[in-house]
Design a protein around this ligand. Structure first.
Ligand SMILES: [Zn+2]
Length: 433
């Protein structure tokens, strides 16, 4: 566990409970969790084929079937007839964007032929991210032909012929190319860099009962997007609110991007609080093919170099335990309260835990804000359903601030000039124990 010692685990408590509305209890899972062992169904191991699957087989099936040279009319691409160069990047890739590459290939020979070029990517700043195979390119060239061939790397990608999952995070990379066919060999590596951005690569493990319990009919992608762009406001502690129609992402100046992994079934028979976070981290090992469980980051680092380029991880479950997150870390688990299964409440749980991950503790004794009894705020309860943050929470959310400093960007929430100011008269709800 790489977390700094100051990290705490905080439990979001069901403050909507009528019995003790303003008495949240922290650190204890007893009040809200209902360990359920009946969820222990078979693990779907068959969805994770072995890593040692025969690569040669997978490499030669598919497209090759149509490109096998006809023995009767042999087309030979002789050595030294090709000349390959990575002419240029279509655009300097930024974190979160699809990286486009163009290979300029020239056939210096007079005969036509075909070849297969396989790119391999190596990240210089990350572990277990070396010579990761990407999909091959089939190229046909006639004699003396020159051709530009494009290929792309998506922000999230899976290694070809294997099970490891990667994200194209900020940093330095190299590409090399294996060439097969009558011509075989390797071209020298080509270096490139991915520029930083405000994108946050987030792996999400979930299962359908999470949405079913809330009666949500859309997709999990829609749900996550809604959650992170759900309209939010900040209070400076006086009668002034800044409003962010695009929610948490706009407020923090980030763009949260999700890679979804279905059928996460945490084991609640072993529930003891922190254990659920460790299960999310273990799921990262399994789903992303990490060498070890998903490693924690501190508030100083958005990205741990052992997480295949991923920044954050979220586990979503229908269990009614509330939520749990590392403060200043990168992992959370969020559930659906049994006593309030509404979409708004469950989305608030997730965004509250995200606040923890970005560094915010609970804002006690102040109440009525996202990090403390957020569903009690007038702007939430009056039907507008704003998520309202207090600036004592925003101040602590240093992860986004540090990340954005690297990009010369500023989170709107840290700015003295809010994006817009609500004309609504503010009724400041402060409730003390
Ligand atoms: Zn909390």
């Amino acid at each position: 566990m790489n977390f700094i010692t100051a990290l705490l685990v905080l439990l979001l408590v069901a403050v909507s409970c009528k019995k003790a509305p303003m008495k949240p209890s922290f650190g204890s899972s007893n009040s809200e969790s209902e360990p359920e062992s009946d969820d222990l169904q078979e693990v779907e191991d068959e969805t994770y084929p072995n890593d040692d699957e025969d690569e040669e087989t997978s490499e030669t099936d598919g497209a090759d079937k149509t490109t096998q040279p006809d023995k009767g009319s042999k087309e030979i691409v002789t050595p030294n007839t090709f000349e390959l160069s990575l002419a240029k990047l279509e655009a300097a890739p930024k974190k979160g964007e699809t990286a486009l590459f163009k290979l300029s290939i020239a056939n210096k020979g007079s005969k036509s032929g075909k070849t297969k070029i396989t790119p391999f990517i190596t990240a210089k700043d990350f572990e277990d991210y070396s010579e990761i195979r990407l999909p091959s390119l089939e190229v046909s060239l006639s004699g003396s032909e020159k051709k530009d061939v494009e290929f792309k790397i998506e922000p999230f990608f899976k290694e070809e012929g294997g099970n490891r999952e990667y994200a194209l995070n900020k940093g330095n990379y190299s590409l090399k190319f294996k060439v097969e066919g009558d011509y075989s060999g390797e071209w020298p590596s080509n270096d490139f860099a991915v520029q930083g951005s405000n994108a946050v690569f987030t792996a999400v493990y979930w299962s359908q009962p999470y949405l079913d319990k809330q009666g949500y009919r859309g997709s999990i992608q829609d749900y996550l997007r809604e959650t992170f762009t759900r309209k939010s406001q900040t209070s400076n502690g006086a009668n002034l609110f800044a409003s962010y129609d695009k929610g948490f992402d706009q407020m923090m100046g980030v763009r949260t991007m999700f890679k979804i992994y279905d059928n996460w079934r945490p084991d609640f028979s072993r529930w003891d609080g922190v254990q659920i976070l460790e299960q999310v981290e273990e799921e990262g090992k399994k789903r992303l093919g990490l060498k070890q469980k998903f490693q924690g980051s501190s508030g100083e680092d958005m990205t741990h170099n052992a997480n295949h380029g991923y920044d954050m991880s979220i586990g979503l479950t229908e269990h009614g335990f509330g939520g749990l997150a590392w403060v200043g870390g990168n992992t959370q688990a969020s559930g659906v309260f049994d006593g309030d299964t509404s979409v708004g409440r469950s989305q608030m749980v997730m965004i509250h835990e995200t606040g923890h991950n970005y560094g915010a503790p609970h804002c006690d004794p102040i109440q009525g804000f996202v990090m403390c009894s957020g569903e009690k705020h007038d702007h939430y309860t009056n039907g507008d359903l704003w998520f309202v943050w207090h600036d004592v929470s925003i101040e602590k959310m240093v992860k986004a601030k540090r990340m954005l400093q690297n990009q010369n960007q500023k989170a709107a929430a840290f700015s003295l000039a809010p994006a817009s100011v609500s004309s609504r008269p503010v009724k400041h709800t402060l409730i003390h124990d």
